[in-house]
Design a protein around this ligand. Sequence first.
Ligand SMILES: O=P(O)(O)OC[C@H]1O[C@](O)(CO)[C@@H](O)[C@@H]1O
Ligand SMILES: [Mn+2]
Length: 446
Amino acid sequence: MAGTDKECLDTHKNAPRLIGSKTGSFAYLTIRDRMPVIMTQIVDTLHQAVSELNSEEYKNKIEEGKCLIGNLSEVRHQLMTDKDLGFLEHGDGLEEWRQLYVQLANKRNVMPSWYNVPWLYVECYMYRKVIDILIGSEYFKKYDPFRIQKEKGFQSSLPAMETLSMYLIEKINDFKLEIKTDLREDFLKFLQFCLWGNKTDLSLIAKYDGSQDLSQLQASSKDHLTNLRSKILCDDTELAWTLINKEKGVKRRITYVLDNSGFELFTDLCFADWLITSNSATEVHFEIKNIPWFVSDVTPNDLHWTLEQLKSSPNKNLNLLADRWLGNFADKIWTYGCHPFWTLAHQFSTMQVTSPDLYTSLASGYLVILKGDLNYRKLLGDRDWSYTTPFKRALEGFSPTNLLALRTLKADLVCGITQETADRAAKESDRWMVNGEYAVIQISIV
Ligand SMILES: O=P(O)(O)OC[C@H]1O[C@](O)(CO)[C@@H](O)[C@@H]1O
Ligand SMILES: [Mn+2]
């Protein structure tokens, strides 16, 4: 049973939100164990970067760096000792953060602190607070404390990317030569590559230093995918296929809300390529993060860096894909945006009010694909819904257009699955909701 905030039960009988104050819950353990480790990593990485600077040339930068290290260490201390949360001062979304803080403060008789507000808020706040400190500086405004980890993650995924690139190129050639292929089967495969690509987020492996072998986490072989089917606890693939296969060739845009860099991003770009090549969409618009976020989330820098790496790789298939993908961006068949909404702590059902421009943009497309665990938590308002609550119900009215969630379970909430399925998974592993071994493919059709 997850940790919950009974105060948040509202009149619409929404389930309570997950909160860190429930001892032993995944929220509690994340705040107690995983978040301090991530903060330590941030401090250590910055410390390393500062210590590599030439002390004569970068005197002021070094001074400032040391000061930032102190401020970041203080955030870690506040988190570990459950101090009051405060306002943010720099960067996007300040007013939205302030409003949410005031709402939380008004709901309680005590000041909002790390363990007494909803987990979603506090976890997003930690990442945003780090950026607040960096943006407020002179020399570290654009510093990405996760860059090294993301780059190591990319390098260690290269063998899996090479395998997947061969598969995609085979499909592209089939299209070119008009060789009849089983489109449904291809769709199914790419969807699952993307789904399992979500296993490799680096915030879950809090101690990831690039040396661990991620290949076990990467479902790069087709046979492996077949074995993984039983781990998909709700599988709306057929509904998704019906949607994708409908009225092919008409002008339509798919919005792809990306999650992590590295292997996951590569699988997503492969799928986006297939969507265009198979005429399933005429435009794919990616949404990514405007700041370093939850360790491994894709920022514009990560996207550009990834494409450059693929282009300069000694592997010809990766070069070929990089050329295609750079071409897609140049031709505006692919576009990307990084709306500040994605780095707020808001659940998606508030988007229409808090970020109407983004909502309208999603609504003008045919389908939104949402990747990963955090997006799923925000879809569900990070609430402790009963497992059998229908997906659409848990969205609390969020319905800009057709939605498709692809998520491996890394937090103890899920909906839209049968009690038998939940029991079976629980029997297989008592960590089934958080270990990234299980997944859902869920669709909401307007
Ligand atoms: O990259 P994802 O799939 O959104 O996962 C983000 C991570 O953050 C959490 O949502 C909370 O720590 C985890 O459940 C997950 O490991
Ligand atoms: Mn992520």
